[in-house]
Write a protein that binds this ligand. Structure first.
Ligand code: SF4
Length: 353
């Protein structure tokens, strides 16, 4: 198994457009899940597509072990297609309605050279992969419209697993499921990881999902990485004001501090007008909107230093656990044995400062 390394990645959909991903670097060590979080438009899905060669790379590169997957001007190598798989949010749209489940998974199996014995051997393998994702073998005869949303998502996972990938990117893969189906899917993902040794890159706006699956988090805002680090630290004591806002935005049945920062933040719709300084400064409760003396936030974009891109990072006392939504800090990883406080080596980050 190899680590996935993203180095100084830029994704741009048009020569004059604002980059969808700007100078993003992080590593997904083999066997240690990483979560990418951020609101809509932060660049998470563009990043996922870039890793599998579906988005235009304007700079930087992506490597799996020693193999370069993507770089400007180079195509995604055919030999790497099976190694990194992407599971989308909308399972219904990613399954061909004219193909049975067996045919869909069989297509993946046909790409493997190690399965001898033709259709009969592939059929046995289809049943095996369906059972791995908790579905009976007879589901192979069904069409996508005959399945529930949770079953379709399991079929997509089985189809990805049939290629024996090293990395599976889960792009909001549980977002369309109801609460109980989502919980079952998260348990299944952990079980599959234990059995098959696959590594997940989890892209989600749902902090509860990433807190269950991931050891490390990368927080994105307007195409940039604004914070990264061990999941338990990022969720329990965020250093970037945006991460704190994300955490506070998680629905909770507990009474919230009426002075909550969220209601006082500036309208997000003005964000695209920011071309200078910290992109978060109009919304920031630590920035010049509340502290006029912090002019540097308007004039200079902060670098990512020691895991946070902020001129005035929060201290632990600013973001106590008492303010964290229930279910995030108490259970940073439901599968605690996998949790590891060591930060992975991060490509392109400065020390000090
Ligand atoms: S640099 Fe300034 S405006 Fe940006 S997040 Fe930090 S404190 Fe807020």
């Amino acid at each position: 198994m190899n680590s996935l390394v993203v180095e100084h990645l830029f994704v741009r959909y048009g020569a004059r457009s604002h980059p969808a991903v700007s100078d993003v670097s992080f590593e997904v060590p083999a066997g240690r899940n990483v979560g990418i979080i951020g609101e809509s438009g932060s660049g998470k899905s563009s990043l996922a597509k870039a890793i599998v060669g579906l988005a235009p790379i304007a700079g930087g590169c992506i490597r799996l072990g020693a193999q370069t997957l993507c770089a400007p001007g180079s195509g995604f190598p055919a030999t790497a297609r099976s190694k990194v798989q992407l599971v989308f949010q909308n399972a219904g749209a990613s399954l061909n309605p004219r193909m049975t489940v067996g045919q869909a998974i069989g297509e993946s199996l046909r790409l493997r050279s190690d399965i001898a014995g033709g259709a009969r051997a592939r059929s046995a393998q289809v049943s095996e992969y369906l059972e791995r994702v908790g579905l009976p073998g007879l589901v192979a005869q069904r069409y996508p419209h005959q399945l529930s949303g949770g079953q379709k998502q399991r079929v997509c996972l089985a189809r990805a697993l049939a290629l024996r990938p090293q990395i599976i990117i889960l792009d909001e893969a549980t977002s369309s499921l109801d609460v109980s189906a989502q919980a079952q899917m998260l348990d299944l993902l952990s079980h599959v990881q234990d059995e098959m040794g696959v590594t997940y890159l989890v892209i989600s706006h749902d902090l509860a999902v990433v807190s269950q699956l991931c050891e490390h988090l990368v927080v994105m805002y307007r195409s940039h990485v604004v914070e990264r680090g061990p999941a338990i630290r990022v969720l329990s004591a965020p250093r970037h004001p945006y991460t704190h806002v994300l955490r506070q935005s998680t629905p909770t049945i507990r009474r919230r501090d009426p002075a909550s920062v969220i209601s006082e933040l500036q309208d997000v719709s003005a964000d695209h007008l920011i071309t200078q300084g910290c992109p978060f400064h109009p919304r920031c409760f630590q920035g010049p909107a509340r502290r006029p003396d912090r002019v540097i936030c308007v004039t200079s974009a902060p670098d990512l230093v020691n895991g946070v891109a902020c001129h005035f990072p929060l201290r632990d006392s600013d973001t106590s656990d008492a303010m964290a939504p229930a279910g995030l800090t108490q259970h940073p990883n439901a599968h605690g044995a996998r949790f590891d406080r060591r930060a992975p080596r991060i490509a392109g980050e400065r020390d000090g400062g």
